[in-house]
Design a protein around this ligand. Sequence first.
Ligand SMILES: [Zn+2]
Length: 276
Amino acid sequence: MPELPEVELVAKSLDVLIKGRKIIAAELLRERLAPEADPSTFGETLSNSIINFIHRRGKHVLFDLDSGRTLITHLRMTGRFMLIPPERGNPKFSHAVFYLDDETRLIFQDHRHFGMMKIVETRDLHDAKEIKKLAPEPFSEEFSLKYFHNTLKTTKKSIKEFLLDQTKVCGLGNIYASEALFLANIDPQKLSHKISIKKSAQLHKKIREVLEVAIAQGSTLNVDPENIDGSYHNAEAETRWLVYDRENLPCTHCETPIIRLKQGGRSTFFCKKCQR
Ligand SMILES: [Zn+2]
């Protein structure tokens, strides 16, 4: 599942590829992708609008349109965008198709069917329920150490689950949460409200660091327009992660075998010696 750095890359890539293009027509092929719009409204609302720019909030990719509307999209597990030439047919699991004025088609494809789209008035974007509940962006001033520490204090969940909760910290998923906890030497099972000021400062710093490093590794130059899913580093991922997906492998710091456990239905990887 793409996390903030991958979604950032998807948004940037789309911005480079289709900013300024006009959507001639739009087709919603799988109704449940956009449950709040029936296919004819979806098509009518989006057609004949120019894409001003494409940006991101949390793990949502946002298409800002000159019609005063924004298309909110979420890739979830397996969603991806594909920009394909006119002669090519729609691939399997095409759930939405946008016909662009240069005759290419932007397709939203999703074989696991968890993706989401929604059209809102841009002026109401921040009040849309998907966006409104999100925590401040990790690189914003609002995501201050004070905010982070105060939010930790009011939460009794484990710190790992806290980091995955998009209303508390926005943009982290299973991978970057595990990595940040390792770098901050914090046991993922530790309860959020019991984390010391010193440790919370460390974690706050490491969250920004892991995201920053990952964002820096994504380049829109390497993105295949026919496969815009943010997976720019998957090939190297296994050797790159410090703890994630390293069950039983030696800790990169102390050589203790990495442990995997389930938290909130998700796997957590950690070193019981380094993380306390
Ligand atoms: Zn270790």
